[in-house]
Design a protein around this ligand. Structure first.
Ligand SMILES: *[C@@H]1O[C@H](CO)[C@@H](O)[C@H](O)[C@H]1NC(C)=O
Ligand SMILES: *[C@@H]1O[C@H](CO)[C@@H](O)[C@H](O)[C@H]1NC(C)=O
Length: 431
């Protein structure tokens, strides 16, 4: 036994460097902020559906973010330019200046680019379609009676504007397993799915205002970001001095070429340590926090407008005029605003621009992942006391932080959402 132990000790000393490789790590960091594959965070509604004795689901209302899509034009351009860094890494490795593991370098060199990623900016990927389809399929299985047969007046499906929204909606409907369902065309003017698009105040004061992004830019001079940047440069050992834009492009290559459905890691992620990935994730958390979260007060109001549709939808269902399912596909911005309106994932202190708090609640890697979703299920119960209740699901798990076990009594639901009916878009047009 003693001998064996000492052999093991020698082994572990000799292999110490390759136990820190990316390719063989047992627990790769899978959270890539708003480009996180859905499979990295999702639950499974078939396992987690809350079954309440004496109650029966009568209506579902859901908001789903579009699935994985190709990078946009600008980010795609930077990623394409950054591909050459692969050659810098090869040269540096051959000179003995690169401290990446041999297998990680080999995987990177063998990696083949799929140019479609750059040629079709914003297009929904096959994986993105499958993410949406999977959600539809699992909901159908979790609510077989409710979703088995859908007549024209039983449902409403609508995407926000954009081809990748429409394609995600198609995936979701395909998953529901009924070919004949009609998807409404996106609205071209005001829509509760993206009220910020027609809100002048939001466009000028928030989206188009550099101040909104200033906190995330400020974080680029924090000691933890600078340490990461320095670490990446030194590990690669390349002569090419990486800019912040280059690091973002490399991060994008890592996250856009990771597959959640096939559980396939991207060799580009080997350029980063887990700590680096956490730092990069936080930059996006800050952007989301100010652009569509608690950092800017009007975001909450815009989320409230969307939620009035949920209240109306379930009130209609209670009066027998409702739909079995209402489901919308929209942007991360809208998802963030809705969570903000519901006071979910709210930290006591605003996010700091100098230091990442590890246990913060506001995490873009949960709230704004590809295909992230908020689903509410209205149950009709036979008990007179609690005749209806609403169960909330977040990424296919009961949303514990909204009501106990994710189950809100009708009263709790109404108390939460009714005040939002007072909110209108007048503030959008005030100077
Ligand atoms: C690095 O970023 C700079 C801009 O900061 C850009 O001009 C350059 O092309 C990038 N290089 C690579 C290899 O991506
Ligand atoms: C390798 O490192 C040495 C010492 O730091 C440096 O002089 C040399 O330029 C580096 N070569 C490359 C290809 O980065």
């Amino acid at each position: 036994m003693k001998l064996l132990l000492s052999v093991l000790a020698i082994c572990s000393i000799q292999t110490v460097s390759s136990t820190f490789c990316f390719w063989n790590t047992g627990c790769p960091y899978k959270y890539f902020s708003n480009k996180t594959p859905y499979n990295s965070v999702r639950g499974d509604i078939r396992d987690s559906v809350v079954k309440l004795t004496g109650c029966e689901p009568v209506s579902i209302w859901g908001l789903i973010r579009h699935g994985q899509r190709n990078p946009g034009t600008e980010f795609g351009k930077h990623m394409k330019e950054a591909l050459v860094i692969k050659e810098h890494v090869e040269a540096s490795y051959n000179k003995g200046n690169c401290s990446l593991c041999a297998q990680d370098v080999e995987n990177l060199l063998n990696w083949q680019v799929n140019m479609e990623m750059f040629d079709k900016p914003f297009q929904l990927t096959k994986e993105g379609y499958q993410e949406s389809e999977g959600i539809g399929r699992r909901f159908k299985q979790a609510f077989p009676k409710l979703l088995e047969k859908l007549d024209q007046h039983d449902y409403l499906f609508r995407p926000a504007q954009g081809a990748w929204m429409a394609d995600s909606a198609k995936g979701f409907v395909k998953g529901l397993g009924n070919k004949d369902l009609t998807i409404q065309p996106p609205k071209t003017n005001f829509d509760i799915l993206s009220p910020y698009d027609t809100c002048k105040k939001y466009i000028t004061d928030v989206k188009g205002n550099p101040e909104t992004y200033a906190p995330s830019v400020r974080y680029l001079s924090s000691s933890e970001y600078l340490a990461s940047k320095d670490r990446i440069q030194r590990r690669l050992g390349i002569n090419y001095i990486l800019t912040d834009t280059n690091i973002t492009a490399l991060y994008d290559l890592c996250r856009y070429t990771t597959s959640g459905l096939e559980n396939k890691l991207s060799p580009w992620c080997a350029l980063f340590t887990t700590q680096d990935l956490k730092v990069l994730e936080y930059i996006a958390d800050l952007r989301h926090y100010y652009k569509s979260g608690y950092g800017t007060p009007i975001n909450e109001l815009l989320g409230q407008i969307t939620l009035t549709d949920l209240l109306k939808s379930f009130k209609d269902a209670k009066s027998g005029k409702g739909k079995k399912i209402t489901s919308y596909v929209t942007h991360a911005t809208m998802m963030d605003m809705v969570y903000t309106a519901l006071q979910l994932f709210k930290d006591d202190e605003p996010l700091s621009t100098s230091q990442r708090k590890a246990d913060r609640k506001w995490r873009s890697s949960k709230l704004a992942v590809f295909s992230s979703n908020l689903m509410a299920v209205l149950n009709k119960c036979d008990k007179a006391v609690d005749d209806y209740n609403v169960v909330f699901y977040f990424n296919e798990e009961p949303l514990q932080s909204i009501c106990r076990e994710g189950v809100c009594t009708w009263q709790e639901f109404e108390d939460k959402l009714s005040p939002f009916t007072e909110t209108n878009t007048e503030f959008c047009h005030n100077e």
